[in-house]
Design a binder for this molecule. Structure first.
Ligand code: CAA
Length: 369
């Protein structure tokens, strides 16, 4: 039921703008409005904070169905989960109430600030600094590749509180867009997900009350990593959605397109390609749903499964979207058809929330016992 509901909404209210959002590189406000009106912008937030209380699998279904028509728009529910997960895992009750409720109501979005210009895969090598000053923390630094920066009201920011302790000297904070000293860089000019702004976040003597620290001092890196265990599953969901969109389009196209006097779907070479695409997609989906179940239960082996699902599904999405272009031939290579956009959007799923090379490091360190 949930899948059908989101699919109908996505096809009616998000799909019609997907090509334009990509072409113009503009934020998909229509998608935010439609998702918020249907309470689908952050379904993962528990009922006690006025959320829908959807479990991890239901959240995956929402993201998957939105990504099937517009990957940029799927970053609304996905990044809302990424930004708020550190609070859900580690914050005080008061902080959760203050910051989760507006997101559940659709009044604010939440971004996640871990990466920096010189600290991407080596996240613990960050330089952003938070220094205690009485009842306040003062933050300085630059965060990079921040999805939905500028449109989000709130930001989870990881910063160094003790430079001698590397990962154990990092703490997490909630920063508001309206805090004095917060500003944003120019939007990055990207290959895909062009409707989702990616910008630097500058922290220039940002003075925030001490109660905006998420959890205990020194636990920010562990919270950031535990967050990614859960949200890599949502990137897998995004990859599934993009791949499903490409497969659906190609499947219909080959039935309509006629060459040598018959639909090209009648040629075995085409059938084999479609079969491989569907097989890879279903394998990726099975792994992603298993990881979602582990995310919901908080299983100890989630770290492996979250990385595996993200890595496998994003690689599958890349292969499937490239094959979809091949099936459409010259038409697939043009902007008159959606599959080239899907291929460009798929590429980022192999990179963000940890490159697929980092996922392999994570998997190798956490092989199932
Ligand atoms: N859960 C809880 N705690 C964890 C953890 C996890 N999954 N992984 C690590 N930790 C904690 C542990 O306490 C660990 O200490 P112990 O060894 O004492 O247990 C501590 O963190 C340090 O861990 P590592 O030694 O494994 O740290 P490392 O420096 O070797 O880094 C890494 C490991 C896997 C490479 C990590 O840096 C990483 O995941 N890098 C990729 C970063 C990433 O995914 N960035 C994406 C940013 S989000 C994004 O893309 C933005 C967006 O807007 C979409």
């Amino acid at each position: 039921m949930l899948r059908d509901t989101v699919r109908a909404l996505a096809e009616a209210k998000i799909a019609p703008f997907a090509a334009e959002v990509d072409e113009q590189g503009r934020f998909p406000q229509e998608a935010l409005d439609a998702l918020s009106a249907a309470d689908l912008q952050a379904v993962h937030i528990p009922e006690e904070y006025e959320g829908a209380g959807a479990d991890a699998l239901a959240t995956v279904l929402v993201i998957e169905e939105v990504a099937r028509v517009c990957a940029s728009s799927s970053l609304i529910p996905a990044v809302n989960k990424l930004g708020t997960m550190p609070l859900m895992l580690s914050a005080s009750e008061d902080l959760k109430r203050r910051y989760l409720t507006p997101v559940a109501r659709g009044e604010a979005m939440f971004s996640y600030c871990l990466s920096e210009p010189e600290a991407g895969s080596d996240a613990a090598g960050m330089k952003a600094r938070a220094v205690r000053d009485g009842d306040y923390w003062v933050l300085n630094g630059v965060k990079r590749w921040i999805t939905n920066a500028g449109v989000s009201e709130y930001y989870t920011v990881m910063a160094v509180t003790d430079p001698d302790k590397r990962s154990k000297g990092i703490s997490a904070f909630v920063v508001e867009k309206s805090d004095e000293g917060v500003s944003f860089g120019a939007p990055e000019k990207k290959l895909g997900i062009k409707g989702s702004p990616t910008r630097e976040v500058y922290l220039d003597n940002v003075r925030i009350p001490a109660d905006r620290m998420i959890g205990e001092e020194g636990t920010g890196f562990a919270t950031a990593m535990a967050t990614l265990d859960h949200t890599r599953v949502t990137i897998a969901a995004q990859a599934l959605g993009i791949a499903q969109g490409a497969l659906d389009y190609a499947k219909n196209y080959v039935q309509e397109r006629r060459q040598f006097g018959k639909p090209i779907a009648d040629f075995q070479g085409v059938q084999f390609m479609l079969a491989d695409m569907a097989m890879k997609l279903e394998a990726a989906r099975a792994l992603t749903y298993q990881a979602a179940a582990k995310s919901e239960r908080g299983d100890a082996d989630l770290t492996f499964y979250g990385a595996a699902a993200k890595c496998y599904a994003s690689d599958a999405a890349m292969e499937i979207t490239i094959d979809a272009i091949q099936l459409l031939g010259g038409y697939g290579y043009t902007r008159d058809y959606p599959v080239e956009r899907m291929m460009r959007d798929a590429k980022i799923t192999q990179i963000y929330e940890g490159t697929n090379q980092v996922q392999r490091i994570v998997m190798a360190r956490n092989l199932p016992k």
